[in-house]
Design a binder for this molecule. Structure first.
Ligand SMILES: C[S@@+](CC[C@H](N)C(=O)[O-])C[C@H]1O[C@@H](n2cnc3c(N)ncnc32)[C@H](O)[C@@H]1O
Length: 311
């Protein structure tokens, strides 16, 4: 029997309601993330990987929260994420920046959220900033139009922050799981060798760098184009007349953090799952997953990501 489903029937996850659909590794639920998270057992999740509704001045279809109220709104969820995370677990939040209403300056709400989650006096909600990441969305359109394309006084906003937070200063992580292919120059260097020793920059390059370690350690700057146009998910949505989710992240994004921060069969939670790109990445990586989503249409569409799902 499906592992999560078995746990749900026999004990650990029994408080959760009837799933919306089930796959080999995961279970999707329709409902409010705050209420559903409360039903998860303590210290059962290795990674909360999510893209919550951002604070926006221009409302999106799924009702975003105003930036002035954002920290309070998110904190209620964060308390539950802290409780359900294992001690070596991580909370990864993809959080787009926002512009102040009516003027060409940036909101600070996502920095305020970061400070509030990491600098407070509550020992049950005191995350560490393990590392800040930046997603460079290569295909982002010039926006906001008024400042970028009409008045031409700002450049396009194409980088989203991703806060990697952890309960302990030493969360589970292994960068050997996410190595990039060596560049051609590096491959040549590995073949040819190079002179070890001090450089004018002050760095001392040791001969250790000549060892082929299977790939290059990735930077905290992730460049993935969000240009999916003919995926199984989009094709099936089109065929069934379902509107695809308007703010999806590419599957490669959760895939990176899932491989980096979890092992096979660990549990990954996406409480604001939208089209469930997180579930698709977890399924491929053979991690168990749970996702929550309030909008039934998004959840219905997300099912197309999986070949064999059942209700
Ligand atoms: C930015 S989208 C997530 C997109 C997703 N990462 C993807 O790639 O498709 C945020 C989602 O959170 C959902 N949402 C908003 N409030 C929620 C809540 N209280 N509980 C569960 N889902 C919620 C919205 O309906 C929306 O689909």
């Amino acid at each position: 029997m499906h592992l999560l489903l078995e746990e749900q029937l026999t004990g650990k996850f029994r408080k959760l309601p009837q799933p919306y659909y089930v796959t080999e590794y995961g279970v999707a639920y329709l409902g409010d993330a705050l209420e559903l998270s409360k039903l998860l057992p303590d210290k059962s999740v290795s990674l909360v990987m999510t893209s919550p509704p951002f604070a926006l001045n221009r409302k999106k279809a799924y009702g975003n929260v105003e930036s002035s109220k954002y920290v309070d709104w998110f904190t209620a969820f964060a308390r539950e994420f802290w409780r359900v995370l294992k001690d070596d677990g991580s909370l990864v939040i993809h959080i787009g920046g926002a512009w102040e209403k009516g003027q060409p300056t940036r909101s600070l709400y996502h920095f305020e959220l970061l400070l509030s989650l990491c600098r407070n006096n509550d020992s049950n909600l005191k995350f560490h900033l393990a590392q800040d990441f930046y997603w460079f969305n290569l295909a982002k359109l010039p926006s906001p139009a008024e400042w970028v394309t009409v008045r031409r006084i700002r450049v396009k906003d194409a980088v989203d922050p991703i806060w990697w937070l952890s309960k302990s200063p030493f969360p589970k992580a292994d960068n050997r799981q996410v190595l990039n292919q060596y560049s051609e120059a590096m491959q040549k260097l590995l073949k040819r060798g190079y002179n070890a020793g001090p450089r004018p920059s002050g760095h001392n390059i040791s001969s250790k760098f000549q060892e082929d370690l299977g790939g290059a350690i990735p930077p905290n700057f992730l460049g993935y184009a969000n240009t999916e146009s003919n995926s199984r998910y989009l094709r099936a949505c089109r065929e069934c007349g379902i509107q695809p989710h308007p703010a999806r992240y590419p599957v490669k994004l959760p895939e990176f953090f899932i491989k980096f921060l979890t092992d096979e069969s660990d549990l990954v939670l996406d409480p604001f799952s939208g089209s469930n790109a997180t579930g698709e990445a977890a399924e491929k990586a053979k991690r168990r997953w749970i996702c929550f989503e309030t909008n039934e249409n998004y959840l219905k569409g997300s099912r197309f990501r999986f070949e064999n799902s059942t209700t």
